[in-house]
Write a new protein. Structure first.
Length: 297
């Protein structure tokens, strides 16, 4: 009689600007023992918090992912604006406190890995682009996430500002989920952004002309970027994540139409929403740790 083999597991840790998401990730993509804790800005306090959580969920392999500019080869956070970190040897700090090897990665590249293994990009190449507080992207080719450091930081590309003709601003200040709320508030003389991108899309559905213009210009900017990307990469499938992509067809359908205006049929890539949601980074961190576990065998 054959015995069922339990899937390998590892601990995934996703450091966000406000909270840290943690969970036990299995090689079949299942996620258990999930929880969130506040994110300390002090990296040594952060290491203590993670050590406490590791004691709660003992695992031989640990993957940690972080936003910002990450050099996975050296384990250094080159720059993380929302945490106030620059040239921080985070991997070394964590390994010193935990007394074991830790694999450090970029949150978006980790999310791309998770989506490629267990989500919308499973069993194929893809360009993963979450549209959240900011915007970054990651390329998966032949099952491998490509790039490190500044690779994929498309949100920092300067584009014409539709709200201030003649000016140029980072792409993420126009087309991210947080940008929609901020731009709508500015256009209506408000300071309330509590409803986020969802509030702007709800106003769009009621025929609000300001919301319509904000969303139209954001989609146009996104379509321009994705069309240029298709010209470079070919019709690699595109998976959109983050809060804005959760709007579904309200964003995907006009974006498909905008891409059809910019690309010949042969370059139009499949476009779909991510399926792993806000836990993609944690799952990807666990996937990185599972790779580390395999290396040790």
């Amino acid at each position: 009689m054959s015995m069922a083999v339990s899937p390998a597991t590892a601990l995934g840790v996703d450091i966000g600007g406000t909270t840290i998401k943690l969970g036990r990730v299995a090689s079949d993509g299942s996620l258990t023992d999930t929880r969130t804790v506040p994110t300390p800005r002090d990296p040594h306090v952060l290491a203590e918090v993670i050590a406490t959580e590791v004691d709660r969920t003992p695992e031989p392999a640990i993957g940690v992912v972080n936003p910002g500019i990450i050099d996975e080869r050296t384990g250094v956070v080159t720059f993380a604006a929302n945490l106030g970190w620059r040239d921080l040897p985070l991997q070394a700090i964590l390994e010193h406190r935990l007394g074991r090897r830790v694999l450090l990665g970029h949150d978006v590249r980790a999310g791309a890995l998770a989506e490629s293994l267990w989500g919308a990009g499973a069993a194929g190449d893809m360009l993963f682009m979450p549209l959240g507080t900011g915007i970054a992207s990651a390329l998966v080719l032949d099952g491998v996430v490509r790039g490190t450091g500044w690779a994929g930081e498309v949100g920092q590309v300067l584009i014409p500002d539709p709200d201030h003709p003649g000016a140029r601003v980072p792409f993420e200040q126009i087309a991210s989920a947080s940008a929609l709320a901020a731009r709508y508030a500015a256009a209506t003389g408000s300071s309330d952004v509590s409803a986020g991108a969802r509030g702007v899309l709800e106003r769009l559905a009621t025929g609000d002309p300001v919301a319509a213009e904000i969303v139209r210009t954001a989609i146009d900017a996104l379509a321009d970027l994705l069309a240029d990307t298709a010209g470079l990469l070919g019709p690699v499938p595109i998976v959109l994540g983050g809060g804005l992509a959760e709007a579904g067809d309200a964003v995907l359908e006009p974006l498909r139409a905008a891409l059809a205006q910019r690309l010949p049929t042969e370059l139009r890539a499949p476009l779909r929403a991510a399926v792993l949601g806000s836990w993609a980074g944690c799952l990807g961190a666990g996937a990185l740790a599972l790779e580390l576990r395999q290396e040790r065998r």
